[in-house]
Design a protein around this ligand. Structure first.
Ligand SMILES: Nc1ncnc2c1ncn2[C@@H]1O[C@H](COP(=O)(O)OP(=O)(O)OP(=O)(O)O)[C@@H](O)[C@H]1O
Length: 282
């Protein structure tokens, strides 16, 4: 039977072994529900990136995972202990089961290859048996799905806007139909309207394909809008984890309230901000 959760993290701690050592993530436990968008909020330096990279084993020395566990519940029914995987299994696991879009990912595209051939590379590496025509059709479909359009298959990165290039990165992250997408400030560098459009699309896509999203940003208003649940991090710990609505209306932790009040757009006279769908209800 498929587990309701896609990821279970328990007592997870990461230390940067420098002098003096930095306890970047301390005893974090969380369950990620299949299909949900979980926002990871908190000020710069609170450990969001270290946590998200750590559970995927993407950290390099001096980072050391000092305790805890991270288990991925595959839709096929298997439980995968991420901390026990060897390097080869990890490579297969990434992209296939979990993919990642990071800030500035759009600048990671190779300038001398068309975006179509860069998309095709993902399939060549991970689905070597896939026939050439099928691969070409998959790449075209992916560009359609993310709103770039298959007509751009032969375009080079410099021929596309930043927003379009970031969509191409999202297409790559979607290519192998992962069960989880980790997005670390994926749209921060983009114009607000473009950012919004991309986020709405991610939300639609996860409904269509059923993947979960961990969305990292210090932009709390944005998280309130797009997340199902939000985890608030402070100094390496999760201090509060609740539905976006509860975080907004009934924050329990003093720090969460302080964080909310630091965004003027959330604290207008009439509570200027409303989550989509709540306007009609309230
Ligand atoms: N390579 C490193 N060596 C030493 N300390 C590090 C290293 N990388 C990160 N840190 C420290 O670990 C802590 C957590 O950093 P992390 O980048 O995870 O936070 P963050 O919440 O993602 O911040 P941001 O939003 O700025 O990316 C910070 O105190 C940071 O200075």
């Amino acid at each position: 039977m498929t587990s309701e959760n896609v990821l279970t993290v328990r007592d997870f701690s990461v230390v940067y072994d420098v002098d003096p050592p930095v306890e970047a993530v301390i005893d974090v436990s969380l369950d990620l529900v299949r299909g949900e968008i979980l926002g990871l909020a908190g000020e710069s330096g609170c450990g969001k990136t270290t946590l998200a990279y750590g559970v995927q084993r993407l950290l390099k020395p001096p980072a050391v995972i000092t305790s805890g566990s991270a288990v991925f519940h595959d839709e096929g029914g298997a439980d995968i202990d991420l901390l026990a995987l060897d390097e080869r299994s990890l490579q297969r696991f990434r992209w296939d089961k979990v993919s990642m879009v990071f800030q500035g990912a759009m600048n990671a595209l190779n300038p001398v290859l068309s975006i179509g051939s860069q998309l095709a590379d993902v399939f060549e590496a991970h689905r070597p048996q896939m026939p050439r025509e099928e691969r070409a059709e998959e790449c075209a479909q992916l560009l359609d799905i993310v709103g770039v359009g298959r007509a751009r298959l032969r375009s080079y990165p410099h021929e596309l806007s930043g927003g379009m290039r970031q969509r191409v990165m999202i297409a790559m992250a979607l290519a192998l139909r992962p069960q989880l997408m980790v997005m670390d400030e994926p749209t921060t560098a983009l114009d607000v309207l473009v950012q919004r459009e991309i986020l709405l699309q991610i939300s639609d896509l996860r409904e269509e394909f059923g993947f979960s999203v961990v969305f990292i940003t210090h932009d709390l208003p944005l998280l309130l809008e797009i997340s199902d649940r939000i985890a608030v991090m402070r100094e390496g710990r999760i201090v509060e984890l609740d539905t976006a609505s509860n975080i907004y209306h009934h924050a329990q932790h003093e720090y969460t309230r302080r964080l909310l009040s630091s965004f003027p757009s959330l604290t207008g006279d009439r509570g200027a901000f409303l989550r989509a769908g709540e306007a009609a209800a309230s």
